[in-house]
Design a protein around this ligand. Structure first.
Ligand code: 2X7
Ligand code: FE2
Length: 335
């Protein structure tokens, strides 16, 4: 099924129990007042990868497994990201698109006001069993659904509080804001990396533009997060000590070289050069950007002229991961 096949208006079956929760109070989940209707803007966008190993290595109290560390350079990149986030003034909301909340029909937006539960990585449950508890900016989440629907996408407000939040969403959000004191909007991957060989990124451009319109309408200062790994071939045998860094390196030189090609283009700018290159990189490396998170984010930011600032690159079980900051044109840097 091509990406365009779902570019239509429709009432969506969520694929699971779809009863609507009692209507949320208008301000449920809000912790800061809006800056005024019509004045909202994106203040930064980050490529924010989510390998569960990074959370495991951090040893936060919310995660059950304990480690001795590892993958330090990537975690230093996140440290710098957090420094910049607080230097730039606390945003009103973090909006995240992640590849492991896969929805088969349409783009779903989590509208549960207070998600709480246990998020488990199905392949690495010994590394990631994370107890999450955060607030959704329900008003903005609903506005994104409305704008996406008006743009002709199949879009759905997910209101079932029994749906567990996936590890890609939780992992990236923890690394960006371990205090969890900023409201969140979380979007699913309909353009998912695993099932549609012909999936197109065009739809993610439409979703990005819809997200931007909703932010502008809302008055929020938003930070966007694209929760994607780059090259995605990986080991199938784990070392006895998962954080044994002697075993950690790129899967092969081809994967590494393509990651560097993409990162060179990111560091040179403008982002419009990435439009075709992201697709070539996916072809060459099975990159997780096929889920569309990165394209969604850059489209929402209007494909900025300015280059991205690569804060870190490192591998996790052989996959390539980069932490990158983009500022929208006209926004002042905090680097
Ligand atoms: O989801 C992931 C990933 N993207 C990369 C590496 C390891 C595990 O999980
Ligand atoms: Fe992943």
């Amino acid at each position: 099924m091509g990406g365009r096949a779902q570019l239509r208006r429709a009432t969506v079956d969520t694929g699971g129990p779809s009863q609507r929760a009692p209507a949320a109070e208008p301000d449920a989940g809000r912790q800061v007042p809006p800056t005024g209707p019509g004045t909202g803007r994106i203040v930064a966008g980050y490529l924010a990868p989510h390998p569960p190993h990074l959370i495991y290595a951090e040893n936060p109290p919310q995660n059950e497994p304990r480690s001795t560390g590892g993958w330090d350079t990537l975690r230093w990149g996140y440290e710098e990201l957090r420094r910049r986030l607080s230097a730039g003034g606390r945003p009103d909301v973090l909006i995240i698109h992640a590849p492991h909340w896969i929805t088969m029909v349409g783009h779903h937006v989590n509208c549960v006001p207070h998600p709480r539960g246990l998020s488990v990585e199905p392949i690495f449950p010994h590394l990631f069993r994370y107890h999450y508890d955060f607030r959704t900016d329900v008003e903005l989440a609903e506005a994104i659904v409305e704008e996406a629907d008006a743009a002709g996408l199949v879009a759905n407000a997910m209101r079932d509080e029994r749906v567990r939040v996936d590890y890609a969403t939780i992992g990236a959000l923890h690394l960006v804001n371990p205090a969890w004191d900023i409201p969140v909007v979380s979007l699913s991957a309909n353009n998912n990396p695993y099932y549609y060989s012909s999936a197109s990124l065009d739809q993610m451009e439409v979703l990005g533009a819809a997200t931007r319109r909703a932010i502008e309408r809302s008055g929020r200062r938003a930070v966007l997060l694209a929760s994607n790994t780059l090259s995605h071939l990986h080991w199938d045998v784990e070392p006895e000590l998962p954080e044994d860094m002697a075993a950690e390196h790129p899967y092969n030189h081809h994967q590494y070289a393509w990651d560097m090609k993409l990162l060179d283009a990111i560091r040179s700018g403008p982002t419009s050069a990435l439009r075709p290159l992201i697709e070539d990189h996916i072809e060459a490396t099975y990159a997780e950007t096929k889920s569309g998170s990165l394209t969604w984010m850059l489209a929402a930011m209007g494909w900025p002229q300015a280059p991205g600032d690569v804060l870190a690159y490192g591998t996790v079980i052989g996959t390539g991961n980069a932490v990158v900051e983009w500022l929208p044109d006209g926004e002042v840097g905090r680097g």
